[in-house]
Ligand binder design. Structure first.
Ligand SMILES: Cc1cc2nc3c(=O)[nH]c(=O)nc-3n(C[C@H](O)[C@H](O)[C@H](O)COP(=O)(O)O)c2cc1C
Length: 196
C-alpha cells in the first residue's frame, strides 16, 4: 500500500508521452502483477479489405511446441482483433532494445479515435495510420513485418477465446526469422506498464 500510479494500466517515464490516467492506490495483487516481465511486440494485421494495422502488445507467449502455437491477448474492442477475426492471420514483430521505443511511440494509440472515451464525433471518426513513417514490408500472408524489428513471426489464427476484457488469440506459427543481432526491448525498459 502507499504506492500510486496512473489508472488504466499505463505509466510513462520521461522519454515517452504521458498517457491519460489519475493516480490511485495499488492493491497487493495489482502490485504483484506489475512485477511480471514482458517483451514488447508490435502485432501486424490486415482486414479483408486490405487495410493494415499495427498494435503495441506485451501479452504474447509461446504455448505449445508441437504444433508451435502462441497466445496473444487482445482487447475486445481493438481494430487488430476485428482484423484477426476477418482474415485469420497476424504478424508478431519483436521490438529491438536499441530503437524499439521510437516504434512503440508510433503505434501505442488505438487506430480508431472512437476507442478513446470522451472524443468529439469528429475525432472519434478518425482512423490513424500507425504504420505511416515506419519502414515495413508485407509478408506473403499480407501482414506487415517491420524493417527495424529484432525478429518476427507470422501465424494463422486457430482459436479465439474471450477472456474478460481481452480475447486470447491462439496462433499457429507459420514463418519467422531474426533480422538483427541483439535482444528484445522489455517493458521495464520501455517505461510504460500494461498489467495490474
Ligand atoms: C506497454 C503497452 C503494452 C500493451 N499491450 C497490449 C496487449 O498485450 N494487448 C492489447 O490488447 N493491448 C495492449 N496495449 C494497448 C494497445 O496497444 C492499444 O489499445 C492499441 O491501440 C489497440 O490497437 P488497435 O485498436 O489499433 O488494434 C498495450 C499498451 C501499452 C502501452
Amino acid at each position: 500500500m502507499g504506492e500510486t500510479r496512473p489508472t488504466e494500466g499505463l505509466v510513462s517515464d520521461q522519454n515517452l508521452p504521458i498517457l491519460p490516467g489519475r493516480p490511485k492506490e495499488l492493491e497487493g495483487p495489482e502490485k504483484a502483477m506489475l512485477k511480471l516481465s514482458y517483451g514488447v511486440h508490435v502485432i501486424g494485421s490486415r482486414s479483408a479489405a486490405g487495410e493494415l494495422n499495427a498494435m503495441l502488445a506485451d501479452w504474447v507467449m509461446q504455448v505449445s511446441f508441437t504444433p508451435r502455437l502462441v497466445a496473444v491477448a487482445i482487447e475486445n474492442d481493438a481494430r487488430t482483433l476485428r482484423f484477426a477475426r476477418e482474415t485469420r492471420v497476424l504478424s508478431v514483430n519483436l521490438l529491438h532494445e536499441k530503437d524499439g521505443k521510437e516504434i512503440a511511440r508510433h503505434v501505442v494509440m488505438p487506430a480508431e479515435g472512437k476507442k478513446i472515451k470522451g472524443r468529439s464525433d469528429e475525432a472519434a471518426a478518425v482512423v490513424h495510420d500507425k504504420l505511416a513513417g515506419i519502414p515495413f514490408g508485407l509478408h506473403d500472408n499480407g501482414c506487415p513485418v517491420l524493417d527495424a524489428a529484432l525478429g518476427w513471426f507470422t501465424c494463422d489464427v486457430e482459436e479465439l477465446h474471450v477472456a474478460g476484457d481481452h480475447t486470447l488469440v491462439i496462433g499457429r506459427v507459420t514463418d519467422g526469422d531474426v533480422l538483427r543481432p541483439g535482444e528484445m526491448l522489455i517493458e521495464r525498459e520501455l517505461g510504460w506498464e500494461y498489467a495490474g
